[in-house]
Design a protein around this ligand. Sequence first.
Ligand code: DAH
Length: 340
Amino acid sequence: MQKQLITILEETKNQLNEAASPEAVEEIRVRVLGKKGRLTEILRSMGGLEPEERKAVGKKANEVRGEIESLLEKRRTQLNELKKQEQLAAEVIDVTEPGRMRRLGVKHPITQTIDEMTKVFMNMGFEVVEGPEVETVFMNFDALNAGPNHPSRDLTDTFYITDKTLLRTQTSPVQVRTLLSKEPPMRVISPGRVFRCDTPDATHSPVFHQVEGLVVGEGITMADLKGTLSEFARQMFGSETKTKFRPHHFPFTEPSAEVDVSCFKCGGRGCKVCKGSGWIEILGCGMVHPNVLKVGGVDTEKYTGFAFGIGVERIAMLKYEVDDIRLFYENDERFLKQFK
Ligand code: DAH
């Protein structure tokens, strides 16, 4: 039996040397010291021995058990330490590695242009109002004095939703909504998205932006229109900018005009931006047609007004010398990041 004890000790020593993990050490402990372990069995079978021998075997067995226990503990600590070292080596953090840069976005050039235009008008006392993108045919055309056969109503130009609703083709219906909801005097602008059935090319996009303007009050004349829009042009394109008002036609204004500004790039001598003419067309405007004021419930004996509509993309293209409108909608970062 004593021999058996020594064999157990030796074998356990060897097994422990080979054990590669704390779990393996635990398995060995169970096999030797567990309820059905080899050493436990020996201790249990000692009952049948002579007292003398039992004493000797008992002593030896206790010695062996003590030794095995301390060996188990030693190996367990060793392996735990090893495991910790391995983990530390695997999870090493390089604190000197440079951080990943977060790139800051910029406001879209169209938004920047709308913001800039809005600021100019707000400084002149205008208030910002909004209207829906899905509009009634009535607001978009009828209320704006566009006769039943007006070419802009054409299916090929307008995205109709039903025969009574459409995607607004202009921001001008906001004029009517404002006339209906406010009492004169009023001074408003309304920036927003508009839609037209156009095939995209360098100067056309089925979605683009306009800023609409409307001023109504007692004694408002064409001189107010010219003064306001000339000042807008100077603030937008520089104090040297000259304006030219050319007669034009819009159903909702009478008289109507288109406004050209002297080329801010060449000062009017002629260049690529102004296509050699020295002038650049930037907006449409006019004195609000009495028919429009009437739909809006305004007393046309007492009040007059002027209105204007500015294409935002056009202004942005001129200002930033962008030669293709599609660049605004592609969201190519290489393009957008230039507008910091
Ligand atoms: N709605 C016109 C367009 O889309 C632009 C315009 C012209 C608006 C003259 C106006 C205006 O308010 O008075 O082409």
